[in-house]
Design a protein around this ligand. Structure first.
Ligand code: NAD
Ligand code: 6OD
Length: 487
């Protein structure tokens, strides 16, 4: 049982929509409750947006598009975007507290990763936007061809609950940098930090109407994706939701960017540095309660080191402290919601039915309240097991031995997902050979989740469409007109 004293004063907020630079309630007056997953207490109420609220937000965003934002000199817009990052850092403790209250993730993680990175997303794109040029070609003495970038228009940003501020800002920063106006739809489960972010944008000097937000469930998101006057949708979430969005956006042929689910392999060869493997695999399995799309939840270990790996991995996993997200020594906090907790627990039942062996966990954590699951390592499952094939998105990993490169590669690619992979080996030729064969958008060799925001981020197969990061984000949020000037 967790006993460490709370250090942070807790100030949850009610969440209203943000339209035209003001917080507003739903036209219907509807609200829903926001629950703290660590305690099951009510944090506050959230406005539940309907089609009419989305319509208003889109109309306001459309009007703002004709205002100064898109035509502002790049240096001025860049300074405003930088300021948003600065204000996020100034309000770091408040934002980190809200993020932990909403998600159940450890406070040190909110502080050191989520909020820092949210600020950096703005700092990065504030710099990046000043370097973006246009192609131009002189065709002998016949013509000059050059391209002109302009904003795509009104963009809907729809996000999940696992890294709420980090992911919203990962879309908002480049969307603003490219001069668009936006309507954000945060996850219904984690609405608080986006609510503060909207005001921060105004405080930084973003003109009213450029950044808007409507809270709500899937139907609210669907009102945005099907809207006739929304030009593009940037979505992060489940693969099945991506598919529904594609259908609803089809009649209006919106530009779509999708960052979807994954079931990522972590492939460990016997020649890898096992100390590094264990440290990183602990993170890639259980950080953020395993609620990271990139988590390496399918672990494949070469048979020569299978027993040693398991012995050391199990010992380290047992040391992970599960409990109060506000305790500094907590490594695994609460899962985000009761619904998600029940989903993860149902996979533990499936693993039992499938004949899996639990080397750790396999059950709820010993807490009086809240949605806690112990970090779980499962062996003995076949490659067709549902726990090996389906995204669980919790602190649950499966470990399977392999004998040959061919055998493991065949299993690695035997999935509709293709988000990321980790590959551990000291053989450089093997690293190059296998990373080229892995059907995934991102492959980390001898590391995991090492990011450089200039690089393309995104999934292959049913894990996404398009890439985000640096030029890739900028291209998505820009429309390009080619001009040919006859000489
Ligand atoms: P989700 O798809 O259920 O919801 C995501 C967002 O979409 C929410 O805001 C939700 O309200 C909205 N939504 C739901 N139905 C909708 C519809 N029909 N039309 C429009 N919007 C709709 O996902 P989740 O459970 O919040 O998040 C977990 C999932 O997100 C996992 O699959 C995870 O892998 C994925 N994820 C992917 C990445 C990535 O970069 N690839 C990053 C984080 C999370
Ligand atoms: O680091 C990022 O840019 C990013 N999009 C991370 C996504 C993590 C998924 O849960």
């Amino acid at each position: 049982m967790q006993t460490t004293e709370r250090k942070v004063e807790i100030k949850p907020i009610n969440c209203s929509h943000y339209i035209g630079g003001k917080y507003v309630e739903s036209k219907s007056g509807k609200t829903f409750k926001n629950i703290n997953p660590a305690t099951e207490e009510v944090l506050g109420v959230v406005a539940e947006g309907g089609r009419e609220d989305v319509n208003e937000a889109v109309e306001v965003a459309r009007t703002a598009l004709k205002g100064e934002w898109g035509n502002m000199p790049v240096r001025k817009r860049s300074a405003i975007i930088r300021k948003i990052g600065d204000l996020i850092l100034e309000r770091k403790q408040e934002l980190a507290t809200l993020e932990t209250l909403d998600t159940g993730k450890p406070i040190w993680l909110s502080n050191s990763v989520d909020i820092e990175r949210a600020a950096y997303n703005f700092h990065f794109f504030a710099d990046y936007m000043t370097t973006v040029g246009n192609e131009s070609y002189q065709q002998d003495d016949i013509a000059i061809h050059y391209s002109v970038r302009r904003p795509v228009g009104v963009v809907g940003l729809i996000n999940p609950w696992n890294l709420p501020l980090l992911l919203m800002t990962w879309k908002l920063a480049p969307a603003l940098a490219a001069g668009n106006t936006v309507v954000m739809k945060p996850s219904e489960v984690t609405p608080m930090t986006a609510t503060v972010l909207a005001q921060i944008c105004t405080d930084a000097g973003v003109p009213d109407g450029v950044v808007n937000m409507v809270h709500g469930f899937g139907e609210t998101g669907a009102a945005l994706t099907s809207h006739d006057d929304v030009d593009a949708i940037a979505f992060t979430g489940e693969t099945v939701t991506g598919s529904a969005i594609m259908k609803s956006a089809a009649p209006t042929l919106k530009k779509l960017s999708f960052e979807l689910g994954g079931k990522n392999p972590n492939i460990i060869f016997a020649d890898a540095n096992l100390d590094d493997v264990i440290d990183t695999t602990l993170r890639s399995s259980f950080i953020n309660q395993g609620e990271v799309c990139l988590c390496g939840s399918r672990i494949y270990v070469e048979r020569a080191i299978y027993d040693e790996f398991l012995e050391r991995f199990v010992a380290k996993t047992k040391e992970l402290k599960v409990g109060d997200p506000f305790a500094e020594d907590t490594k695994v906090g609460a899962l985000v919601s009761e619904e998600h907790y029940n989903k993860v627990l149902s996979y533990l039942d499936i693993a039992k039915e499938e004949g899996g062996t639990f080397l750790t966990g396999g059950r709820k954590a010993d807490m009086e309240k809240g949605f806690y699951v112990e970090p779980t390592i499962i062996t003995g499952l076949g490659r067709d097991s549902r726990c090996v094939r389906e995204e669980i998105f919790g602190p649950v990993v499966t470990v399977l031995p392999f004998d040959t490169e061919e055998e493991v590669m065949e299993q690695v690619n035997d999935t509709h997902y293709g988000l990321s992979a980790s590959l551990w080996t000291s053989d450089v030729k093997r690293a190059a050979r296998l990373s080229a064969q892995i059907e995934a958008g991102m492959v980390w060799v001898n590391t995991w989740f090492l990011r450089d925001l200039r690089t393309p981020f995104g999934g292959a197969k049913r894990s996404g469409i398009g890439r985000e990061g640096g030029a890739h984000s900028f291209d998505f949020y820009s429309e390009i007109t080619n001009v040919t000037l006859k000489l």
